[in-house]
Write a protein that binds this ligand. Structure first.
Ligand SMILES: Nc1ncnc2c1ncn2[C@@H]1O[C@H](COP(=O)(O)OP(=O)(O)OP(=O)(O)O)[C@@H](O)[C@H]1O
Length: 246
């Protein structure tokens, strides 16, 4: 994915300005920023779901080509139809109309296993809990088996174990040569699992690089208005928010 000089105005007000971002194979990029910083706007504009200035390599593609290039897990979790979880996950395969049925079934099974949905696969998706619905929607995106996974707050509302295994899954996808771009509010899990962090502040990129270089005291103070402790432990980078800067 390649964004050049991307800009978005809402109601005549710029909410995203001069965004340049290239995400390649093997990267798990965490998109950070306070509420209203422009994370969802960036993800949607990058996918061509919002009118934007500048250029996005995905937005210029036709729908079918884009569906093969990138999967999207949106922030809104509403599931409209009471279809079984398995059928919802299988919707991800629409991106591959010519695929053999066995390939489709295998991709759906892999996604169901990866998101621990075995026991829920025959349940109507509309009757799942919020966290279970989030897992089903991540599985749908995963079943798409596109080289880039774009996810808007994928771990919001998940329990601690599910948050860790979803982050581990995304890190593994990147380790296997995929690309992942996920907006995240949990800076601790972002520090630990992402290969790169992009910090948005008031619609612009304030910092971009490896977690240690982005989660600095100066960036955290300027963008989030917090102090934090950052250290390297046996599990990787450990991040602990400490206080609000008055
Ligand atoms: N439909 C809209 N019309 C007008 N302004 C909008 C619209 N959607 C978003 N905005 C504004 O654009 C800015 C960026 O919103 P966005 O949803 O991208 O933020 P975010 O970083 O994803 O926030 P959050 O962490 O709260 O999800 C905000 O100021 C928001 O009020």
């Amino acid at each position: 994915m390649d964004l050049q000089d991307l800009g978005v105005c809402r109601n005549g007000r710029p909410v995203l300005e001069r965004i340049g971002l290239r995400i390649g194979a093997g990267e798990f990029v965490g998109l950070l920023g306070p509420n209203g910083a422009g994370k969802t706007t960036l993800l949607r504009a990058a996918l061509g779901l919002l009118p934007a200035e500048g250029r996005s390599s995905l937005a210029v593609m036709g729908n079918a080509e884009r569906a093969r290039a990138a999967a999207f897990m949106p922030q809104g979790r509403e599931i409209a139809w009471p279809m079984p979880v398995e059928s919802l996950v299988a919707l991800g395969r629409i991106a591959h109309p010519g695929a053999a049925r066995a390939a489709d079934r295998a991709a759906v099974q892999r996604a169901i296993t990866a998101l621990h949905l075995e026991d829920l696969r025959h349940r109507p998706a509309t009757e799942l809990s919020g966290g279970e619905q989030a897992r089903a929607l991540i599985a749908r995106a995963l079943a798409q088996e596109s080289p880039l996974l774009v996810a808007d707050e994928p771990i919001a509302g998940l329990d601690p174990a599910a948050q860790i295994w979803v982050m581990r899954l995304f890190a593994r996808l990147a380790g296997q040569g995929g690309g992942v771009l996920a907006s995240l509010h949990d800076l601790g899990l972002a520090a630990r699992f992402c290969t790169r962090l992009v910090m948005l502040h008031q619609g612009r990129i304030a910092a971009d690089g490896p977690p240690e270089t982005v989660l600095t005291a100066a960036n955290l103070a300027r963008v989030f208005g917090i102090t934090a402790h950052l250290a390297r432990g046996p599990q990787g980078l450990l991040f602990q928010p400490l206080d609000i800067i008055p």
